[in-house]
Design a protein around this ligand. Structure first.
Ligand code: ADP
Length: 244
């Protein structure tokens, strides 16, 4: 289980995450939905241990920056950071060695085939198109097969085949009991089997709902999203001077 408790992250005066708390239950798929700038990447980078913040984040009761927690947590960043002078296959082998994986060759082949990079094995990082870089970024994040995986806007820049493949892959991970957090600003991309959705806006979690809670009230996620995000906007406007 992953627990985020009262996490606040400031960039200077800008509060990117404001007293954020939520829990990811084991084996669940949680969607972190919010407009650009809501603070989604910031909370994900805090969980993975890249940022300093106030508050507490634990993985199975252990501090998220501990060696034990790091073994459980995986992360697929929004922006690929590839080595221009390493080939696709060298990137994959680099990650395999960094994570001390054994018997990884078949897994590398499977990922490169599924994401249509099989014929790009010998291409260097800077020879790949943006979409190919995104796909390699995904393959690198999926290779270690961690129990908990945080995916930051994973569908961005992918072609239709890769989107379909990634959605299938996510479903498979969910079925095999992985704990998943997927951030997105595109509501339509959340047609997968999610268990919980967190709606984030202006650094705060505005809604934390299970699928049953949304379905049970006969609403769609889109209804809820606009209710939560535009409701807040209307409140702000009604408190302003320009109220009609
Ligand atoms: P999201 O992922 O939801 O689009 P982010 O977490 O990237 O949102 O950003 C949240 C807020 O923090 C935004 O106001 C953004 O401008 C700010 N921010 C993000 N990263 C930095 C940074 N490295 N330095 C300063 N401000 C940042």
């Amino acid at each position: 289980m992953l627990e985020v408790k009262n996490v606040t992250k400031r960039y200077g005066k800008n509060v990117a995450c404001d007293d954020v708390s939520f829990t990811l239950d084991d084996g669940s798929l949680t969607v972190l939905l919010g407009p650009n700038g809501a603070g989604k990447s910031t909370i994900i980078k805090s969980i993975i241990g890249f940022l300093k913040y106030s508050g507490e984040i634990t993985v199975n009761g252990l501090n998220n920056k501990s060696v034990e927690a790091r073994k459980v947590l995986g992360y697929i960043p929004e922006m690929p950071s590839l080595y221009p002078t390493l080939t696709v296959i060298e990137h994959m082998e680099f990650i395999a060695r960094a994570y001390k994986l054994t018997d990884y060759k078949d897994r590398i082949n499977m990922l490169l085939e599924r994401f249509e990079l099989d014929d790009k094995r010998k291409k260097f990082g800077d020879e790949l198109s943006k979409g190919m870089q995104q796909k390699l970024n995904l393959c690198l994040g999926l290779l270690p097969d961690p129990d908990m995986l945080l995916l930051d806007e994973p569908l961005l820049g992918l072609d239709p085949h890769a989107i379909k493949e990634l959605k299938n892959y996510i479903e498979e991970m969910r079925r095999s009991g992985k704990t998943l957090l997927i951030s997105t600003h595109i509501i339509d991309s959340v047609d997968m089997l999610w268990d919980r959705t967190l709606i984030m806006q202006n650094g705060k979690i505005r809604a934390n709902v299970t699928r049953d809670e949304v379905d049970g009230r006969g609403r769609t996620l889109e209804d809820l999203f606009f209710e939560v995000t535009e409701g807040v906007d209307k409140q702000a406007v009604s408190g302003g001077e320009n109220e009609a």
